[in-house]
Design a protein around this ligand. Structure first.
Ligand code: F6P
Length: 365
């Protein structure tokens, strides 16, 4: 069958994470070396698509970026072209400007668009696909909360940072006989807290999927005291909430399609525990964006490269409207229609939670 693709574009959207550059590199190299396509990258995600701001991607421009976090194409988590802020008659109004983006791609003779992003970015990808654009999604997020894939790239890199942080907190917790709380990211999913908690031997893991009872966590600290373990390390996901309580919101980013930024539950837990625990100082560390920056782990470099190569193979076969995914140990794909709006959360009865419970970890439940 004649291959009609001559030129492909890619963009990175949403919060950045390690592995974006590795996908950009893999897409560009495969497209050029294997299929002879021309490759362009839109700058700042969908905003670049709307303003037609792009760069040519060549073997040279993607050289030396495999290991680097961030994205050479920049990213934005504020720009939904189906509900975009524009100035009209001196007023800022929201409009559907998706047709402008489609026109821009037509004018540039771009045959397919590879969209690298999480739920928000891929929702727009699905909506562009519904309008007939040739779109392929690549699943990105440190939160690991996308349906239809075992794992998103970026998650492993964030996990390494969180696990190392727990290791570092252990030694200082032990020296001062303190209770150390580490707050990690993840939005409404507890994957980072759960897996870092297991790998970093946390005594208590608190995740959004299992609302916690402060008294139960205090009991665990007291139990450890009785056993002669005079320190406790707790990892808590930013989206965790107490039983009969709510999440803690750090800020509202008004111009973002998903404006709520979580954060602060670790300090709340510290304050609440201080009212019960009198024998230990309790401190909280918020790991924040350290989880998103820096070097990409070996696992994520390989996964991102596999995803990038698969995206070009799909373009070559004309398989559009789908997201690349990992099933078992095989790269596969899933319709974007089946991915969007179905967050993948931790199963409170699942194997990983049971593993942690079996080795004595408390979930504060
Ligand atoms: O989705 C990735 C993520 O890092 C979340 O874990 C976190 O809640 C959010 O993005 C933070 O967003 P921002 O960088 O806008 O503060």
């Amino acid at each position: 069958m004649e291959n009609k693709i001559k030129k492909i574009a890619l963009l990175t959207g949403g919060g950045d994470c390690p592995g974006l550059n590795a996908v950009i590199r893999a897409v560009t190299r495969t497209a050029i070396l294997k299929y002879g396509y021309e490759v362009v990258g839109y700058i700042f995600g969908y905003r670049g698509l709307y303003h037609n701001q792009k760069v040519n991607l060549t073997l040279d421009s993607v050289s030396g970026i495999l290991h680097k976090g961030g994205t050479i194409l920049y990213s934005s988590n504020k720009d939904n072209l189906f509900d975009y802020l524009v100035e009209e008659n001196g007023q800022r109004v929201r409009k559907d400007v998706s047709d402008v983006a489609i026109e821009n791609m037509k004018k540039e003779n771009i045959d397919a668009l590879v969209v690298i992003g999480g739920d928000g970015t891929l929702t727009s990808a699905r909506d562009f696909s519904r309008k007939g654009l040739n779109v392929i999604g690549v699943p990105k997020t440190i939160d690991n909360d996308l349906a239809a894939t075992e794992v998103t790239f970026g998650f492993n890199s964030a996990l390494e940072v969180a696990t190392e942080a727990l290791g570092r907190l252990h030694t200082t917790a032990e020296s001062h006989r303190r209770v150390m709380i580490l707050e990690v990211m993840g939005r409404n999913a507890g994957w980072i807290a759960l897996e870092a908690g297991i790998a970093g031997s946390a005594d208590v893991i608190v995740i959004p999927e299992i609302p916690y009872d402060t008294n139960k966590i205090a009991e665990k600290i007291k139990k450890r005291d009785k056993e002669g373990k005079l320190f406790t390390v707790i990892v808590i996901a930013e989206g965790a909430k107490p039983k009969n309580g709510d999440v803690v919101i750090n800020r509202i980013v008004e111009d973002s399609p998903d404006p709520v930024r979580l954060g602060g539950i670790g300090n709340k837990l510290a304050n609440d525990l201080e009212k019960i625990i009198k024998d230990h100082e309790i401190r909280c560390t918020i790991l924040g964006h350290l989880q998103r920056g820096g070097t990409t782990t070996t696992y994520d470099r390989i996964l991102s490269t596999r995803y990038g190569v698969a995206a070009v193979e799909m373009a070559n076969k004309g398989e559009f409207g789908k997201m690349v995914c990992l099933r078992g140990d095989k790269i596969s794909s899933e319709s974007l229609e089946n991915v969007i709006g179905k967050a993948k959360l931790v199963d409170e009865h699942g194997e990983l939670v049971q593993v942690a419970k079996s080795i004595g970890v408390s979930f504060g439940d």
